[in-house]
Design a protein around this ligand. Structure first.
Ligand code: PMP
Length: 372
């Protein structure tokens, strides 16, 4: 079988966290909490649950979903103030990343991204038989420690003419660091028209309004730009797998040529539409997150820990030593977080922001561990 596989043998599969119930069972801690996957602690809008219940009761699950995502694309277009032809739907934004890879990467081509960037970029790059050009991150004492270094991106692009796709995550996972719209645009202006810039906005909703990307204006100006969003984070729909990209209609057409028919199931399509219709729920989720992110950051810094500045729904916390034993000790206390050693950050753990009670429990467990 190994001889039959093409080019994938040096890949490591993305290791997602286990479902909470399974972790609780394995740990033997019934009330273990999970602050590991950047999910929304408030869950989805009540409107989503009602829409799904109505559909299950009255709809016909034997029928294929709307394969073109007509209604959801129209709703996203109206929400963003852009034409539905510019919207491409994905089974989560991971699917969008894969579509981009399948269209723009292959042998003889390269993808460019930052050192501590989201794990799916290198996986898709390698799976497509393309080369990865990894740009060293900013220094640990920079204002955006370990974040994207855009002048270095521009230099790497010039030095590597085989680059066909650039990934920028704003804010970035797992660092939480961010770029201003001016920094992003200054880079895009230097990118030749045949290179696609993919701007991953999975955590965009959590950013200060002045830092959010002006999608509509940029799309008018830069036909090689694709921005993508997810319903997994601020909308609380991670379990349903819906993401989408915004681009020129020409780029959307290319993505659609390789998109699986029916890549979103019927319940996910209508749940996402219902979620878009409840902006107050998103506002509540963002408000809770940003308040708790500030509180948790201040508390942990007060304990002498390094907390990278974050505009997302998680923080990267540095312990100044191997963080694996601290991760284990947290787990034994029923607090599941995300180690980021695979992101070349072995001294850090990533904490998703939870409810007030969950964050308090994390702090109490950490205090106990650090005192022992
Ligand atoms: N981009 C980034 C930066 C992420 O952190 C994630 C989720 N971990 C994704 C994309 C993918 O999310 P989803 O497939 O659930 O939309």
């Amino acid at each position: 079988l190994k001889n039959a596989a093409t080019g994938v043998l040096s890949l490591e599969a993305y290791a997602p966290g286990m479902p909470l119930e399974e972790l609780q069972r394995r740990l033997g801690i019934a009330d273990a909490i999970k602050l590991a996957s950047n999910e929304n602690p408030l869950g989805p809008s009540p409107a989503v649950k009602a829409a799904i219940a109505d559909s299950v009761a009255g709809g016909n699950l034997a029928l294929y979903p709307d394969g073109g995502g007509f209604r959801l694309k129209k709703a996203i277009g109206a929400f963003r103030g852009i034409a539905p032809e510019r919207v491409t739907l994905g089974n989560g934004s991971n699917d969008i990343i894969e579509l981009l890879g399948r269209v723009f990467l292959g042998p003889g081509r390269a993808a460019l991204f930052s050192q501590h960037a989201f794990a799916v970029y290198p996986i898709i790059t390698q799976a497509q038989g393309a080369r990865a050009v990894v740009v060293p991150a900013r220094a640990a004492d920079d204002a955006q420690p370990l974040g994207h270094d855009m002048p270095a991106f521009a230099a790497a692009l010039k030095a590597n003419p085989d680059v066909s796709l650039v990934f920028i995550a704003n804010p970035n996972n797992p660092t939480g660091t961010w770029l201003s719209p001016a920094e992003i645009e200054a880079f895009i202006r230097q990118v030749p028209a045949h290179v696609v810039v993919a701007l991953d906005l999975a955590y965009d909703e959590y950013m200060e309004p002045a830092l959010r990307s002006p999608s509509r204006e940029w799309l008018e100006q830069y036909p090689n730009l694709v921005l993508f969003h997810t319903f997994s984070k601020a909308y609380g729909l991670a379990g349903l797998r819906v993401g989408y990209s915004l681009s020129s209609p020409e780029l959307a057409d290319l993505l659609n040529r390789v998109r699986q028919p029916f890549n979103n199931n019927s319940l996910a399509l209508l749940a996402a539409e219902a979620a878009l219709g409840d902006p107050a729920h998103v506002a509540r989720s963002v408000e809770l997150n940003n308040r708790e992110r500030g509180r948790l950051t201040a508390t942990l810094r007060g304990m002498g820990l390094t907390v990278l500045p974050s505009q997302a729904n998680f923080i990267a916390v540095g312990f100044g030593r191997d963080a694996a034993p601290i991760n284990q000790a947290l787990m034994q206390r029923g607090v599941i977080v995300r180690p980021v050693a695979s992101y070349q950050m072995p001294q850090f753990l990533r904490f998703s922001i939870g409810t007030e009670a969950e964050n308090d429990r994390l702090v109490a467990a950490l205090k106990e561990i650090l005192a022992s």
